[in-house]
Design a binder for this molecule. Structure first.
Ligand code: MF3
Ligand code: CO
Ligand code: CO
Length: 255
């Protein structure tokens, strides 16, 4: 892929706005806040900073971000649900700036959470970062999945199969699919200029998911807890760039 410098410049701007939105939300996500309020704060912040929330009106979705609580795997819809002590939640923000998308999510722990929830969140973050750290031209898509799956299964958790990471740039979702499980030295090779997400969804129990009646909310079939982190990344000549790095160093809870 020739001359991707301009694309990376734009991905950097969009990614940075998405990350700053999560940084702002981190300072507001506390017991007593509703997921709808999180949505409203995110919408306003992105708009006030020259962007647009990609989820809004995407395939009929009616909110600006996703709030996935406890056993929700992904695509939880903001509502009047209040966050309580012991909840864990993923907030997934996608900002569009100058036609380019920055897609990122983090976990939040509300008050005091069970040790199993903390382990699940830590393992999910570690798995994402292990996969990111191997990225460079020539590495294969299966190597990404292998890094995540081997780490997660060693800890006794499971990798969701029904959702995956994705190419992202001027489109919200584009090829290739980035599976979070896989075999070493299999699949397509990474090339300079590629931009995609890594966003493992990890369950405390089994990996099967179920879609709720609203057509969006995916939950664990066995009602076990689920966690997720997401970064938007670019492949450079000899490594990678994370476009959605926290500006405030908010990596994982506790923040
Ligand atoms: N941000 C999600 C992802 O990581 C996609 C959300 S689509 C929505 O790919 F419509 F539910 F917002
Ligand atoms: Co994504
Ligand atoms: Co996302």
């Amino acid at each position: 892929m020739n001359n991707y410098k301009e694309k990376f410049e734009k991905m950097r701007v969009a990614g940075n706005l998405a990350a700053k939105t999560l940084d702002m939300l981190t300072e507001n996500i506390k017991p007593g806040i509703s997921t709808e309020k999180i949505d409203e704060l995110g919408y306003e912040f992105i708009k006030d900073n020259g962007g647009y929330s990609a989820p809004l009106f995407y395939r009929g979705y009616k909110k600006s971000l996703c709030t996935s609580l406890n056993h929700v795997v992904c695509h939880g819809i903001p509502s009047d649900r209040i966050l309580n002590d012991g909840d864990i939640i993923n907030v997934d923000v996608t900002a569009i700036v100058d036609d380019h998308h920055g897609d990122t999510s983090r976990m939040f722990s509300i008050g005091k959470t069970p040790i199993k929830a903390k382990n699940l969140i830590d393992t999910t973050y570690e798995a994402m970062m292990k996969a990111i750290k191997i990225l460079k031209p020539g590495v294969k898509l299966g190597d990404i999945g292998y890094e995540i799956q081997s780490h997660v299964e060693e800890k006794g958790f499971s990798v969701v199969r029904d959702f995956c990471g994705h190419g992202v740039s001027t489109k919200f979702h584009e090829p290739p699919n980035i599976l979070h499980y896989g075999k070493k030295d299999s699949g397509a090779e990474l090339e300079p200029g590629m931009t995609f997400t890594i966003e493992p969804m990890i369950n405390a129990g089994k990996y099967e998911t179920k879609l709720l009646q609203d057509g969006w909310t995916a939950v664990t079939k066995d009602k076990s807890l689920s966690a997720q982190f997401e970064h938007t990344l670019g492949i450079t000549e000899n490594g990678y760039e994370i476009f959605t790095e926290s500006v405030k160093g908010y990596l994982k809870p506790p923040y």
